[in-house]
Design a protein around this ligand. Structure first.
Ligand SMILES: Cc1cc2nc3c(=O)[nH]c(=O)nc-3n(C[C@H](O)[C@H](O)[C@H](O)COP(=O)(O)OP(=O)(O)OC[C@H]3O[C@@H](n4cnc5c(N)ncnc54)[C@H](O)[C@@H]3O)c2cc1C
Length: 491
């Protein structure tokens, strides 16, 4: 026996929740299936030693489209705070403040590097536009070799586990063209400054308050959000997709949605055997789970050669190490960016510095160390990270911590890796996904798109807008996909 919904959404990250909220507001019956025991996906927050923390440094960027920002303001009210950025970036063994100031840069950067950057700026017209090709080629051409070697090359190796020569040029266009600290270095060195990138928005109770609020709003509009429920099989059929589910991995350490999430249920099914498979049917399915995972769930699946190509799409994993520091705030900075090879850590953030909240304790703080890796490798398998914490701080010229505890989270799917050749592997899979009747894939993992939360939310809205009274509007969705291709990641 099963139940039926107009729309089933797989995944309760920002993309799935934005879609569920919009669809429920439009009067559709909506069921959300989330494998984890909490909403939010990569954008979720949870508590460590009484401090709300995120999955790595998360901020809502000022590039968020006004209508999305207005909706979030409506949900979060004064809890959505407007903040000034206050980060630092380590380059050539020293820190430069962020937002960057030309005078400070001229003073702080070693003369050799400054001369190299100046030389590269002068010879830029001779290097060409750097379109296509590899990440290394594109950035050497646009930024010049000096800045590329000092910042981007070591950073890419840490972040994606590949030298820039083995990364597709798309990665440079999708990320580096954004208003990131990296781009700002370049712009300021060229004598132009920017008003962008200096502020951000952040909810008082952690970035995950955004997803919690979306979940509460979706539930209030009638959506049924089922936590701890994984989709195990999808059988598209004329007019009604059949989905099989089973309980997810069980209760974890995650936090649930905020108080008042009436129809957000932690139980797989109200009165069912918790180990049993359940079955439901949907008029339409939105999938925000990794696209290769979708290919494994749908029956019949893709042709063997498409499945094989899909298997070559890789995601970077990440170990998040939360270090509890006794003795008040550690530094006044929100984040330290560490692109260099002296540590596997790419960024250290101090979540309490992203907000003003009376809930944050005065006598301790929590730091979040982001360590990209491959699932199963040496970093992934490390048991005790206290040595990494102390060594990273010492090698990066940062104040030591009075370590009162360490909490570790391992996340297998974090960054899509744009290894050279990825576009071909993805194209076959995407084309197949486009043929599954009444199933649409989107979201960061669902489209293999390195994106931001506001992009994920925009995808959810656009998907609902393509679901019309008369059925799926393929041309509206193609237009939306065209817009997504222009998304550029903000750091
Ligand atoms: C380190 C880091 C820093 C970031 N910083 C920022 C930032 O500063 N600003 C910003 O805007 N964005 C940032 N992002 C990006 C942001 O986290 C993502 O864009 C956003 O969370 C993507 O939302 P999504 O819904 O597409 O996917 P996700 O958040 O990944 O959600 C997918 C959901 O699907 C669920 N799922 C998976 N498989 C199944 C299954 N079989 N059945 C049911 N459910 C399933 C997962 O549990 C998850 O909840 C950052 C990301 C990372 C990794």
């Amino acid at each position: 026996m099963g139940m039926s919904s107009d729309l089933v959404v797989m995944g309760a990250g920002p993309s799935g929740l934005a879609a569920a909220w919009r669809a429920a507001r439009r009067g559709l019956s909506v069921t959300v299936l989330e494998r984890a025991d909490h909403v939010g996906g990569l954008s979720a927050s949870f508590e460590v030693s009484g401090v709300r923390v995120d999955h790595g440094s998360h901020r809502l960027h000022p590039a968020t489209p006004p209508h999305l920002l207005a909706d979030l303001r409506g949900l979060l009210g004064d809890d959505l705070q407007r903040r000034s950025r206050n980060g630092r970036l380590r380059i050539a063994d020293r820190y430069v403040g962020f937002p960057l100031k030309p005078a400070e840069l001229a003073k702080r950067l070693p003369p050799g590097l400054l001369a190299g950057v100046a030389r590269d700026a002068l010879t830029a017209p001779l290097r060409g536009a750097g379109r296509g090709g590899t990440y290394a080629g594109a950035l050497r051409a646009s930024l010049g070799p000096a800045l590329y070697e000092a910042l981007y090359a070591p950073y890419a190796l840490k972040l994606w586990g590949l030298p820039g020569e083995e990364i597709d040029g798309d990665q440079a266009r999708r990320r580096v063209t954004a208003d990131s600290p990296w781009k700002i270095v370049r712009r300021i060195l060229r004598g132009r400054s920017s008003g962008q990138g200096k502020i951000f928005y952040y909810p008082r109770r952690g970035f995950g308050q955004i997803a919690d609020a979306l979940a509460d709003a979706a539930a209030a509009a009638g959506a049924d959000i089922r936590l701890g429920t994984a989709c195990t099989r999808i059988e598209p059929a004329a007019g009604a997709v059949v989905l099989h589910t089973s309980p997810g991995p069980g209760p974890g350490r995650g936090s649930g949605p905020g108080a008042g999430g009436g129809a957000v249920s932690r139980d797989p099914a109200p009165d069912a055997d918790p180990t049993a498979e359940a079955r439901l049917t949907a008029g339409h399915v939105f999938s925000t789970i990794p696209m290769p995972a979708l290919a494994r769930l749908v029956e019949p699946g893709p042709a063997p050669e498409v499945a094989e190509a899909a298997g070559r799409l890789r995601f970077r994993a990440m170990v998040l190490v939360y270090a509890v520091h006794e003795g008040g705030r550690w530094t006044p900075f929100d984040a330290h960016y560490l692109p260099g090879p002296e540590t596997p850590v790419t960024r250290i953030s101090e979540p309490a510095n992203y907000r003003t909240s009376a809930d944050d304790p005065g006598d301790r703080t929590v730091l979040c160390f982001e360590i990209p890796c491959a699932a199963g490798d040496e970093i992934w398998a490390t048991g005790d990270f206290s040595g990494v914490v102390h060594e990273t701080l010492a090698r990066s010229g940062l104040p030591p911590v009075d370590l009162a505890g360490v909490v570790v989270r391992r996340v297998p799917y974090v960054y899509p890796i744009y290894a050279t050749g990825y576009a071909e592997h993805l194209a076959g899979l995407d084309a197949w996904a486009g043929t599954i009747p009444d199933v649409t894939t989107f979201g960061r993992l669902g489209l293999f798109a390195h994106d931001n939360t506001h992009h994920a939310m925009a995808m959810g809205y656009d998907a609902v807008d393509s679901l019309t009274e008369t059925g799926w509007d393929g041309s509206a969705w193609r237009a939306a996909r065209g817009r997504f291709a222009g998304h550029v990641v903000e750091d």
